[in-house]
Design a binder for this molecule. Structure first.
Ligand code: PAF
Length: 284
């Protein structure tokens, strides 16, 4: 496994691979890798000839009151995990080379990023689209793998790729969960034992929405009320949103005909968690 810090070097290496007509899969990450990230690298290994992971804690996607300084940095164990999977390249660029002193170009995120995370974390998706486009330029892979846990992020990246005609396929991969259902996240390590118990409320609320839908309740308002009740039982400390949205546009829905996505963002202690579930109505 080659660990590369230099921007020209990664581009040159990937260029060699492309000239050999080998397929490249890239997994962009901010490090603090867990089994969810590793499953994306495994998928890249299975489907492509060469797997590339990137590790970069992207400052432009953190708001002024967010946890950039506190974000977990575990490079040695991240590299060990990637080495064990047989990842071919890991790109770990220095922040001042990615964003040079005079950096002033940003990618305006697409419409699908306006609500939810876009509203609650102003500037977040602008940082995500900008870094992801930069990574796609430096690593012109054939496929990029992202976790479906960040559902809106994947929708934003897909729309950007379509709108800007970027020749890369976006694969959204299943959320990896702890045995009890909690979605794996780099932020879970901040949870105390007591918070960890309450964090399960997100999964229970999503499961409740699916169960109510299966039982014939197709009204979004009532499904959302059920999710909020379940979150209150956990209890989580605050709810940013608990909504049923269209899987493509992420606009709120009134009625679930076939499919919808239940999305939740809530705070447990000082940790903000997000999760989602694709809901499928009972076939008639
Ligand atoms: O999901 C993440 O870890 C980040 O938002 C990403 C896509 C690597 C961009 O910094």
């Amino acid at each position: 496994m080659k660990v590369i810090h230099d921007l020209n070097e990664i581009y040159t290496q990937i260029d060699f691979v492309r000239r050999d007509a080998r397929r490249i899969g890239v997994v962009p990450t901010m490090g603090a890798l867990h089994n969810g990230h590793l499953s994306l690298v495994q998928r890249a290994k299975q489907e492509c000839d060469v797997a590339v992971a990137t590790i970069f804690v992207n400052p432009t996607q953190f708001g002024p009151n967010e946890d950039l300084a506190k974000y977990p940095r575990t490079l040695e164990s991240d590299l060990e995990g990637l080495r064990q999977l047989g990842c071919d390249f890991v790109f770990v660029p220095p922040s001042d080379r990615v964003y040079r002193a005079n950096h002033s170009t940003f990618v305006e995120p697409p419409l699908v990023g306006k609500r939810w995370e876009g509203e609650l974390r102003p500037g977040h998706f602008r940082g995500v689209t900008t870094i992801v486009l930069k990574l796609f330029q430096l690593i012109p892979a054939h496929v990029a793998y992202f976790g479906r846990k960040d559902y809106q992020q994947v929708a934003v990246i897909r729309a950007m790729v379509d709108d800007l005609n970027i020749p890369i396929r976006i694969e959204a991969c299943a959320t990896v969960r702890e045995p009890d259902g909690l979605a794996m996240s780099s932020r879970n390590r901040y949870l105390s034992t007591e918070d960890r118990g309450r964090a399960l409320g997100l999964w229970l609320a999503l499961t409740k929405a699916q169960n109510c839908l299966m039982a014939g309740d197709t009204t979004c308002e009532s499904l959302e009320r059920g999710m909020r009740d379940e979150l209150a039982k956990a209890p989580v400390d605050s709810i940013d949103y608990a909504a049923i949205v269209d899987p493509v546009t992420m606009e709120p829905m009134r009625q679930v005909d076939e499919t919808a996505v239940a999305i939740i963002a809530a705070r447990v202690g000082s940790t903000r968690l997000i999760d989602n579930m694709t809901l499928v109505a009972n076939e008639k």
